[in-house]
Design a protein around this ligand. Structure first.
Ligand SMILES: N=C(N)NCCC[C@H](NC(=O)CCC(=O)O)C(=O)O
Length: 445
């Protein structure tokens, strides 16, 4: 049977804006209050999906949450018509309006942790939507994300959908952004590496910025996904780099199949971590462990360029490509480093640079925008086929974006009740395009 890695990219919401909501995420804070261009953001994301499709890869589309989250606003005591709720919250609690208007569900690396059937003892594909409990604007995503996951992966004989973990700091879970799977081929049992920022039983933790992923959350997911501990590792992120803006492990390390690219400061007690990875990896193809030195790329350059947030993809005819954000071409030394990687002895053959500036300005690079799901051909056939990209769906989505999205969104626009109506009408049409049914609260009344 053939196996594939399918990337499910988050479609960018019509309400994409810069609200400075993510303490610890340098780009989010430094671009707070910038005027956003939702149409450009969505088209940039769609072009990435199309570029990967054209490489011969299977590409999925993941629907966003609907914003603003009126349900949360109403649960906080704002009442009246939808327009009155917006009006009141805009006047009295603008921070809450921004949180409930965030398009952050576009970063689907944070949507869930996914364990492929080769790794789970019941032979099914397991999903746990992330609770994203560290940030208010993200903690409200899980409910809709869970419905979208179920509508995208509907067959209960093949896909298992777990509830998200309890909303408590002990179980802070940011999904696949802190999970890497090393395997010699997608169809084999892989080494599941869970990276956490904080362990409730240890004092090793960042001092400036929050650790978003806890060891307790990672362990709970490994348990419920029925992973074999012989093929599972729990590894602590270096707290010093969290304090330098590395708020997820996918900002400092990236793995695909038998290749692992990581910064020399990525992990706490790194030498032991890498030795253990080498010991536990069981593939017949050799593991390429590439440690990037601070002399080559400083942590600051890694955070600014998002080099490690590139997508590392296996090409249909062998070899790998690295899909990097175009910011890598503007930070000193990074483009040169990537060119040298292609020449060195490892599977990477080419670098593809893509413009994702609208997402990047909120701290979301190529890898943040996609949820990886390794699937057999039979499992792929069980995916909702309308959520897979082909040329006609690409054209349909481009036309849908051009029809519904604004090309300018400033903070003051969030108080405009028309934005809510525009967003609902766009997403209502989207659920038809992607065949999702009624996943949004406004469709359920
Ligand atoms: N690295 C991965 N996998 N994901 C990136 C997520 C970026 C997101 N930014 C934001 O939520 C910014 C929203 C704002 O400020 O408007 C976050 O910090 O959670």
């Amino acid at each position: 049977m053939s196996y594939y890695e399918v990337n499910f990219d988050g479609l960018v919401d019509p309400t994409h804006n810069y609200a400075g909501l993510s303490f610890g995420n340098v780009a989010s804070k430094s671009n707070a209050n910038k005027v956003a261009n939702p149409k450009q953001a969505a088209l940039q994301g769609l072009e990435k999906m199309w570029a990967l499709t054209q490489l011969g890869l299977h590409q999925g589309v993941f629907a966003p949450n609907c914003r603003p989250d009126l349900h949360t606003l109403r649960s906080l005591g704002f009442n009246g018509t939808d327009a009155q709720v917006i009006n009141k919250v805009a006047k009295t609690e603008p921070y809450l309006l921004k949180a409930c208007y965030s398009a952050s569900s576009m970063w689907t690396a944070n949507a869930a942790t996914v364990s492929p059937s080769c790794d789970t003892s019941d032979g099914k594909v397991h999903f746990t939507p992330a609770n994203l409990s560290n940030k208010l604007h993200r903690a409200i995503e899980a409910k809709t994300t869970s419905l979208v996951l179920k509508a995208t992966f509907p067959d209960e004989q093949i896909f298992v959908h777990h509830p998200s973990l309890p909303q408590h700091p002990l179980f802070g879970d940011e999904g696949a952004a802190n999970y890497t799977r090393l395997v010699d081929s997608y169809g084999h049992t892989g080494l599941a590496i869970f990276v956490y920022g904080e362990d409730a039983n240890s004092n090793v933790k960042p001092q400036v910025f929050p650790a978003r992923q806890t060891k307790q959350a990672s362990e709970a997911i490994a348990r419920s996904h029925l992973l074999d501990y012989a093929h599972t590792l729990f590894v602590q992120q270096n707290p010093d780099v969290i304090d330098q803006g590395v708020f997820h492990n996918d900002v400092i390390a990236i793995g695909n199949e038998n290749m692992f690219l990581f910064h020399e400061q990525a992990f706490y007690q790194q030498r032991q971590v890498i030795e253990e990875i080498g010991r536990k990896y069981q593939g017949s193809r050799p593991l390429h462990l590439i440690e990037v030195s601070s002399d080559d790329i400083s942590v600051d350059a890694a955070v600014k360029s998002y080099l490690f947030n590139s997508q590392l993809v296996s090409l249909p005819n062998g070899g790998m490509a690295i899909v990097a954000p175009s910011e890598c071409q503007t930070i000193d030394g990074v483009e040169r480093y990537l060119a040298s990687l292609c020449k060195a002895s490892n599977p990477i053959e080419e670098v593809i640079y893509l413009d994702l500036k609208q997402s990047m300005q909120n701290g979301g690079g190529p890898a943040c925008l996609r949820l990886r799901v390794a699937l057999s051909s039979e499992e792929l056939n069980a995916v909702n086929s309308q959520c897979l990209l082909n040329e006609s769906r690409y054209q349909t989505l481009a036309a849908w974006i051009n029809k519904h999205y604004r090309d300018r969104l400033a903070e003051s626009d969030l108080a405009d009740p028309n934005l809510l109506l525009e967003s609902q009408s766009a997403l209502d049409e989207l659920t038809g395009i992607l065949g999702l049914g009624s996943v949004y609260p406004f469709q359920q009344v």
